[in-house]
Design a protein around this ligand. Structure first.
Ligand SMILES: [Zn+2]
Length: 247
């Protein structure tokens, strides 16, 4: 049976002499497909099946259920993320997160859009990678259905001003006064909380358009990391390298 789909290559594993097993994020979900002979320079699959290629794929499902790439046409290649090792490391990490979350249906479509936008921005020299990381982690969480309750302090209803404490396991927000009564240290400054609200509530097109000081971005990146790791069963393997280049 043959089918066509657009998709982003999130992982490639070489096997045999010149074959690759691809993990592709499509708007329907994650698909594994063998791209036979695609590592031969003359293969028409060579470029369109590379890591982080966004391509139109024609897939064939054999009787054993395994997909095979029949044809592939490049829509976009994100070459520029390879100019910065930090950007490439972040791309590998986000790809692994997407594979681990195994999105399907609308969640897969949202994840594909999120990764395409992230990769595009990461290829630009002036993009702050902590910002991309924070947005991608928080959006990935909300797409997967994990939404912290960030509207106001759970105890007293305080909405803004000063720092806040976000309790990761429960996703509940406390103002600094209510947090102190429970012996909790604030982990979110007011800028970070405003940015988190923007990321989780803004429409997709505007999700990256906010500005925040580098220090606050780093903190936001860290707290959204902790939230994500709480949801994933084990930390992604690519996180170790990311931590060394983008601490
Ligand atoms: Zn309070």
């Amino acid at each position: 049976m043959q089918s066509t789909t657009e998709g982003l290559v999130l992982r490639e594993v070489k096997f045999r002499e010149s074959d690759r097993m691809l993990t592709i994020l499509t708007p329907q979900g994650i698909v594994s497909a063998a791209a036979k002979g695609s590592l031969r320079l003359k293969s028409k699959l060579f470029s369109a099946c590379g890591l982080f290629c966004y391509s139109d794929f024609t897939l064939y499902q054999g009787r054993n259920g395994v997909y095979q790439v029949d044809e592939a046409q490049i829509k976009k290649i994100f070459f520029d993320i390879r100019n910065r090792v930090e950007a490439l490391a972040l791309a590998m990490y986000l790809a692994e997160v997407a594979i681990t979350l195994q999105p399907t249906g609308a969640e897969a479509e949202g994840m594909l859009r999120l990764l395409l936008n992230s990769l595009y921005l990461m290829g630009k020299e002036d993009t702050n990678l902590y910002q991309v990381c924070a947005v991608a982690q928080l959006k990935a969480l909300s797409l997967a259905g994990f939404m912290p309750d960030i509207v106001m302090c759970k105890q007293c209803g305080k909405y803004e001003g000063g720092s806040f404490y976000l309790d990761i396991p429960t996703g509940q927000l406390l103002c600094s006064q209510c947090a102190a009564l429970q012996n909790k240290q604030p982990n979110l400054d007011s800028g970070g909380l405003a940015a988190m609200r923007h990321i989780l509530l803004a429409e997709d097109k505007k999700v990256f358009s906010f500005s925040l000081k580098e220090e606050s971005l780093k903190r936001l990146c860290k707290i959204s990391r902790v939230m994500l790791l709480d949801v994933l069963e084990k930390p992604p393997k690519t996180l170790e390298f990311l931590d060394t280049v983008l601490p």
